[in-house]
Design a binder for this molecule. Structure first.
Ligand SMILES: NC(=O)c1ccc[n+]([C@@H]2O[C@H](COP(=O)([O-])OP(=O)(O)OC[C@H]3O[C@@H](n4cnc5c(N)ncnc54)[C@H](OP(=O)(O)O)[C@@H]3O)[C@@H](O)[C@H]2O)c1
Length: 339
């Protein structure tokens, strides 16, 4: 039976823990969670993880497969959690077939430093990070033939170290975007197949299509995240408060930058994707705004910052992305001052 390790007890980490724990009950995999702090691991081990689901009919309510939520759509479950891997390393070294990296882009390196030794020699690491450039970081630790990307439109919010709200469901795409390898492919196929059993919209794509999907998700995040953060609204209010021409301008910058990176995107397709994501995640507070509200750094450098960086390299001008990047950075910096 394959062993899966979720790294990060944040929004996405706890969400995947929920599904993997259900699959473990059906003997389809083994799963455990790695947290950053001992406090989080202790609290999760003692009191369990709580998922509140705000979507309707998110699951098949089958009395045999134990995936049902109770009437308040809240479930509490247990998933073994560890933080101090050094103490456990002998027991766990080479244990994992798949690492699901559910940390912010700026924590990816430290998470990999801590967890790479958990991977078996053929094990693979899957990064759920938004933005671009993360997969290269993963590959620098495990090799390109063992690094994969997950692009997800699930919308989950973390309330505390063991509680999340699932706001909306969306596609999750797995892909070996850097290079093909049979081991990587087999592990992604396995992940796809078991998560499908949880009735989730999971897809497996080839690397060319997946790179395109990665840029599409980047466009969605480059529009929604900085704008919702600057005007401090839940996603659903964006279409009322921001003129469509601004969405269009940001998308054109991404289309042109992607093209120079060898990815052909369709502008009207991006606009549809953005409006669908806003509609589907209307009650969600985007992660960048959550970060600002909680005094944490944001991932804007891997979003509009990364587009601006690439565009500069290509000699392109992307004033919308540059401006939004600097405004969000200024909001981050403002948290350090008393003015
Ligand atoms: N949330 C969503 O709906 C969603 C959707 C699509 C994509 N994403 C992307 O997925 C990634 C994760 O997002 P998230 O929303 O789950 O973030 P999050 O709620 O901030 O959670 C990140 C978690 O990573 C933990 N962490 C940091 N360093 C670690 C380490 N060395 N070892 C173990 N755990 C570590 C943090 O621990 P502490 O709590 O102790 O700091 C935190 O619990 C981001 O790139 C995000 O953009 C998220």
């Amino acid at each position: 039976m394959k062993s899966l390790v979720v790294v990060g007890n944040g929004s996405l980490g706890l969400w995947w823990c929920f599904h993997l724990t259900q699959l473990q009950k059906k003997s389809l995999c083994k799963a455990f969670l790695v947290t950053r702090t001992e406090e989080s691991a202790q609290s999760i081990n003692e009191k369990g993880i709580i998922v509140e689901d705000k979507t309707s009919a998110a699951y098949v309510f089958d009395k045999n497969n134990r995936t049902m939520l109770n009437t308040s759509n809240t479930v509490c479950f247990h998933c073994p959690s560890f933080s101090n891997l050094k103490q456990l390393s002998e027991k766990l070294q080479g244990y994992a077939d798949i690492l699901l990296l559910c940390v912010k882009q700026y924590h990816l390196k430290s998470a990999l430093e801590n967890c790479t030794e958990l991977l078996s020699s053929k094990g693979v690491a899957v990064s759920f990070c938004n933005g671009i450039g993360n997969l290269e970081t993963v590959a620098s630790f495990v090799g390109a033939n063992r690094a994969a990307a997950a692009i997800t439109y699930e919308a989950v919010e973390r309330i505390n170290s063991r509680t999340i709200i699932h706001w909306s469901s969306g596609r999750t795409i797995f892909a070996d975007t850097l290079t093909y390898s049979p081991e990587l492919n087999a592990n992604l196929q396995f992940l796809h197949d078991i998560l499908k059993q949880q009735n989730l919209p999971i897809e497996l794509l080839n690397s060319v299509d997946a790179r395109k999907e990665m840029w599409k998700k980047l466009a969605v995040n480059c529009v929604i995240n900085p704008l919702a953060t600057i005007i401090r609204v839940r996603n659903g209010l964006l279409s009322d408060r921001i003129p469509e021409s601004l969405f269009e301008g940001i998308c054109w910058e991404i289309v042109r930058t992607a093209e120079r990176s060898g990815i052909i995107l369709d502008h009207s397709d991006l606009m549809v994707q953005i409006s669908e994501t806003i509609k589907n995640s209307s009650r969600n507070i985007c992660s960048t705004l959550q970060d600002i509200q909680n005094g944490r750094p944001t991932e804007i450098e891997a979003l509009n910052g990364a587009v601006a960086h690439l565009a500069r390299k290509y000699g392109l001008s992307v004033p919308y992305c540059e401006t939004l990047f600097h405004l969000v950075k200024a909001m981050e910096a403002r948290q350090d001052t008393t003015a």
